[in-house]
Every structure is written in C-alpha cells, then in structure tokens.
Design a protein around this ligand. Structure first.
Ligand code: ATP
Length: 254
C-alpha cells in the first residue's frame, strides 16, 4: 500500500523546470532514497512534499487525501513531517528542553500555558524516551550548543520525530558528519523501520545503499529510474547519467 503518491508534479522557476512531470509512489514502511546530481531538483521536490513550495501542476496524495495545497503545519499534523535544520534547534536550551518544546508544539493543546503538573510529567517522560531513541539519553541535560555536530544532527532527528511522523522527510541527515557520526545516524534511521516511512535525500552513497529499500534517481527534474539498490547499481542509464564515481566510492567504503 502506498502512503504517498505524487502525480505529474511540475515546478518552474522562470524558464527552468526544476520538477518536470514527476510521478512517484512511496510504499508504507519503506525507506526510499532520492539521489541525483547537484541541481537535479531533490530539494525542490522535498519542499513540495513538505509544503514549503507549492507545485505549478500535479497532485500530492498522502494517505488517500489530497494535500497539494495544505500548509507545512497542516501536513505535519497529518503525520507528514520533515526534519528540521540545525538552525531550528534552540542552542541555549538543553537537549531535553528542545525535545519537550517540540513535543508540546506538536500537540493540539500547545496554546494552553497552564498545564496540570501531571501533563508536564508525561511530556517530560516522552521527551526522555525520545532522547533515548536518538541516542542522546546521556546528554539530556547538555546545552544544545555544547553538542558535537553529529549529536546536533541526532537532536534534529528527534525534533522531527516529536511530530510522530507517519512519513518522515530527511534532507541530507549525514551532511557534515564524520565516519563514526554517520554510522550512528544510519543506525538511528534503521531503527525507524516499522515506525515510519522515510524519504531520504542523501549524497552519501554508502548510507543510501545501506539504508534504502528502494532508490529513485532524479536527473534534471525527472525520475529516470526507481528500484532496489542492485537494480539501480546496474541500471545503464543511471550509471551513465550519474552513478559512476559515487558507486565506486561506496563500494570501496562498504
Ligand atoms: P543539490 O544536490 O545541489 O542540493 P538539488 O538536487 O537539491 O541540488 P535543487 O536545489 O532542487 O536541486 O535545484 C534544482 C534547480 O532549481 C537548480 O537549477 C536550482 O538552481 C533551481 N532552483 C531551486 N530553487 C530555486 C529558486 N527558489 N529560485 C530559482 N531557481 C531555483
């Protein structure tokens, strides 16, 4: 069963077709990576799925519901959430406070400032659980600004998980991370299996081949191939258009 369907999406920037008649289905529970060369339109696509950018044409169906013109906030409420950038972290707050705030914001009663103590306790317990899920339980009381870069990316993942996504959009979660940090992030994304479907945009091919159930290759706003890692590795058009160097790098790293 598909959780998300994209039908004939088009996004134009002046004369440039950043998304060109793009159609794709994301299956329930899968980790689906979208790869492609610089400027292929990956970010523009994820922005249209999250609601940050409205397509010129086409439809976005999430759980059988047309969400094409819904705002990011409305989509997040339905369980279609994107990862925040590090700039969304409150740097002078602790890990647990960042997570508590994100959890509170995701609840419909977030505008209620007077909350019974029992509710606060529940929120704190949820935040602790989330800190554990993202591997930061020992840094719960650490200020976000004192975290290493990879840990900040883990916290960023935690903020996205606070919205209890059914479909999570991850835009380059490995960016700027070292080898150990990206191994940790791969482990955390693996652990999301069974909890959420994931669309992953990532330049780190090692991570993509380890994580993705299916991969779509985007070139000049169009998907030229969708399939398993093996299918994509052997696809002649993909090899020609994009994968040559990255694939051999990933093989060496594996
Ligand atoms: P990268 O891997 O380098 O992040 P990408 O695959 O994410 O690239 P996009 O950032 O989506 O690609 O860009 C696709 C095309 O659309 C590029 O040619 C880019 O210059 C153009 N583009 C993106 N956003 C805008 C905008 N707001 N205004 C004009 N052109 C844009």
């Amino acid at each position: 069963m598909s959780v998300l369907q994209l039908h004939g999406l088009v996004k134009r920037y002046g004369g440039l077709l950043a998304t060109n008649e793009l159609s794709l289905e994301i299956e329930e529970g899968e980790i689906h990576a979208i790869i492609g060369p610089n400027g292929a339109g990956k970010t523009t696509l994820i922005h249209q799925i999250s609601g940050a950018v409205v397509p010129n044409q086409g439809k976005i169906i999430f759980n059988d519901r047309d969400v094409t013109i819904l705002s990011m906030h409305e989509r997040a409420k339905l369980g279609l959430c994107r990862s925040y950038q590090i700039t969304n972290i409150f740097q002078s707050y602790t890990v647990i406070d960042n997570l508590s705030l994100a959890l509170q914001a995701s609840k419909t009663s977030s505008m209620r400032f007077w909350r019974p103590a029992i509710q606060e306790k529940t929120l704190f317990a949820e935040a602790r659980q989330l800190a554990k899920e993202i591997g930061l339980e020992h840094q719960a009381q650490t200020l976000a600004c004192a975290l290493a870069h990879g840990e900040q990316r883990q916290l960023e993942l935690g903020l996205a998980l606070a919205c209890k996504p059914q479909l999570l959009l991850l835009d380059e979660p490995m960016a700027g991370t070292g080898h150990e940090e990206s191994a940790k992030m791969i482990e955390l994304i693996q652990a999301l299996r069974g909890k959420a479907s994931v669309i992953l945009i990532e330049h780190d091919m090692d991570a993509v081949f380890k994580l993705a159930d299916r991969i779509s290759v985007l070139v000049a706003g169009r998907i030229i191939a969708t399939g398993t890692a093996d299918f994509i590795r052997q696809h002649p058009e993909v090899k020609k258009a994009y994968l040559g160097d990255e694939m051999s790098d990933a093989k060496e790293a594996a």
